[in-house]
Design a protein around this ligand. Sequence first.
Ligand SMILES: Cc1cc2nc3c(=O)[nH]c(=O)nc-3n(C[C@H](O)[C@H](O)[C@H](O)COP(=O)(O)O)c2cc1C
Ligand code: SF4
Ligand code: SF4
Length: 430
Amino acid sequence: MADLRVNLGGIKAPNPFWLASAPPTNTGDQVMRAFDAGWGGAVWKTLGEPVVNVWSRYSSVDYGGQRMMGLNNIELITDRPLAVNLREIAEVKKRYPKQALVVSLMVESKREAWHTIVKQAEDAGADGLELNFGCPHGMSERGMGSAVGQVPDYTCQITEWVKEVARTPVIVKLTPNVTDVRYVARAAVRGGADAVSLINTINSVTSIDLDTFAPRPTVAGLSSHGGYCGPAVKPIALNMVAEIARDAECDTIPISGIGGISTWRDAAEFILLGATSVQVCTAVMHYGFRIVEDMLDGLSNYLDEKGLATLDELRGRSVQRVRDWKELDLNYVVRAEIAQEKCIGCGLCYTACNDGAHQAIGARRDERRGRTEVWVKEDDCVGCNLCSLVCPVMGCITMRAIETGHGKVTWEDHQGGRGKLAPRPQDRHH
Ligand SMILES: Cc1cc2nc3c(=O)[nH]c(=O)nc-3n(C[C@H](O)[C@H](O)[C@H](O)COP(=O)(O)O)c2cc1C
Ligand code: SF4
Ligand code: SF4
């Protein structure tokens, strides 16, 4: 059986599955039940100055029968007294010495305030600290959270203050609410961070009640932008993790991947893009702590199947496969192929290609069989994949690579006059 142990910048855990700082890590009782269920680590709900929350806090986007495809919240950091949190942290650490217990922190942007909270969290027994520079609502209006994480100089400065006194590894949690996450990641590296975690939630307004005109979640008729998370945000998170993992100034910083992780497959994708551990919030809020059982089994079986003994052997194996567009091969030709024996004649591929792509699928009504017959006009197909994405029968439309006899030519080659392009459908239409 594969070894799932991880070490994130000096924070050791029996497996990569950690709870993200959020409601599931609000109390010692919850964290202990999570560890009993198998979670390898937990990031405690963010500690800071006492806050007061509004009552109505979450809203969601359901999609195609999936509830909470995206979750939005306007909740702040912990609203429990600091002394109670610290006592419970100490208790959990004493009872669960092997699991990683990271404490998330957010205080005013003052050196003394950061020094004090770091000492308190470490004295309570934290294995590591996570600096919450990501919360996009409420706290940011008070100059904390994403107000720090959106400005590289602030990120660097506060990380430095923390590193002046921290005895345990420091993770900087990044906000996705920036145009280019690499600038803040680089600032965290300059400030001395031992790891980065991402993503925190994305600015969002999930929906408007069409009867009352009030946005959700509604607080006495009003709302505020919230933070979006859950399965809907995974592609955005994967991209940001990849951006950091392949950046020359950050490519050695350990990463804890967060955003829309619900299954071992999601976790494996983050690990392939360079994450050491992963953190989960929405999926646990939806289905509870026990989802980790399938995650552990699934990841372990996957490593066995791939003949890999440790997660180190899996980590980062897709990083080099994410490239700038200009490095892609313009002569890699694929075309759609329809397995007629699987086709149910719904005609969706025809409509999609005809109206939304390149008019490369032919269709004819077969009255005798009461269905639509479809075929690919090979010379017109640009291999965009759309028909294979809309087809409701898995494996019915596949994309087949075509040997053109032309070698690899990138955009840079093409610009430099090197290599010859394989013929394209549009050439024939000129
Ligand atoms: C209700 C709620 C409260 C959250 N509170 C915090 C918090 O206090 N500190 C923090 O760093 N992140 C907080 N988050 C963000 C999560 O830790 C995580 O970054 C985000 O939800 C993305 O992960 P997910 O897609 O698995 O939910 C919160 C998220 C939710 C939904
Ligand atoms: S791959 Fe694109 S162009 Fe080709 S048949 Fe499908 S939808 Fe049409
Ligand atoms: S979408 Fe798929 S099932 Fe429907 S007609 Fe096209 S190939 Fe057949």
